[in-house]
Design a protein around this ligand. Structure first.
Ligand code: NAD
Length: 258
């Protein structure tokens, strides 16, 4: 049986946990070979052991380092022969990124580097391979907070995701006639370690967010992986520069059901 991305080569950053991990598993199920870039070396090595080195390669990559990001995409090309899909997904949501009134410059800059500069670096590294091939699909992880404001602010996180969305739109337009599609995945709140860490600190904040989701629950990483697969595959061949919201209805709601 052939998969929906059979024999494609994908790079996934932040592939050792949450949305990235679910996507790595789904990509492999659908016939792709995947190169994971992450800083979670133990988890990365375990994943290669589980799925097999013929289909998964792990590379230690801090996504804020240009040299390491360049080496990640070169590994995909050298190991499996091409770079067809880039899922630029690694991101952080640390507790010291809060209201603008209390978030200091160091906390602001850290989130900008990991969430936004990383996407710039990954796109810059992936594009030359894709342009040479005349095809490719880039998916950048933004967030629903790129399109909506919240009074319970994470100021740098929200700003970084707005930047990811704008950059994605511009790249999608720029390279549309050269066969490279660039789309933004905008998840709603998803049940991953990132969200659990944020809300463990503040259950009231978790409850506040849940009340705004029409479906009344957080998303699951596997539900994001399905959306990423769609954007990565030819099923979405007429989509680029898109704001792909997968959010349980959160961005469409004014009032939610009780
Ligand atoms: N969980 C949510 O509710 C939610 C909602 C919207 C958007 N997102 C976004 O989805 C993406 C994935 O989030 P998640 O919830 O799966 O998080 P997660 O914490 O479960 O996984 C993030 C992964 O990124 C890796 N990572 C962190 N810093 C890195 C760095 N400097 N270099 C390389 N890898 C690094 C971590 O090791 C981890 O494996 C993030 O960009 C996040 O902002 C998440």
């Amino acid at each position: 049986m052939t998969g929906r991305i059979q024999d494609k080569v994908a790079v996934v950053t932040g592939g050792c946990s949450g949305i990235g991990l679910a996507t790595v598993r789904r990509f492999v199920d659908e016939g792709a070979r995947v190169v994971i870039g992450d800083i979670a070396d133990e988890a990365g090595k375990a994943l290669v052991g589980e799925l097999g080195p013929d289909v998964v390669t792990y590379v230690h990559v801090d996504v804020t380092s240009k040299e390491e990001v360049d080496a990640l995409f070169k590994t995909a090309k050298d190991t499996y022969g091409s770079v067809d899909i880039a899922f630029n997904n690694a991101g952080i949501s640390p507790p010291d990124d809060d209201s603008i009134l209390t978030t200091d410059l160091e906390a602001w800059r850290k989130v900008q580097e990991v969430n936004l500069t990383s996407v710039y670096l990954c796109c810059k590294a992936a594009l030359p391979y894709m342009l040479e091939q005349g095809k490719g699909s880039i998916i950048n992880t933004a967030s629903f907070v790129a399109v909506m404001g919240a009074a319970t602010s994470q100021i740098s996180y929200s700003a970084s995701k707005g930047g990811v969305l704008s950059m994605t739109r511009e790249l999608g337009v720029q390279f549309a006639r050269e066969g490279v599609r660039v789309n933004a995945l905008c998840p709603g709140p998803v049940n991953t370690p990132l969200l659990q860490e944020l809300f463990a600190k503040d259950p009231e904040r978790a409850a506040r967010r849940l009340v705004h989701i029409p479906m009344g629950r957080f998303g699951e990483p596997e539900e994001m992986a399905s959306a990423v697969l769609f954007l990565a595959s030819d099923d979405s061949s007429f989509m680029t520069a898109n704001t792909f919201l997968v959010d349980g209805g959160i961005s469409g709601a004014y009032v939610t059901p009780l």
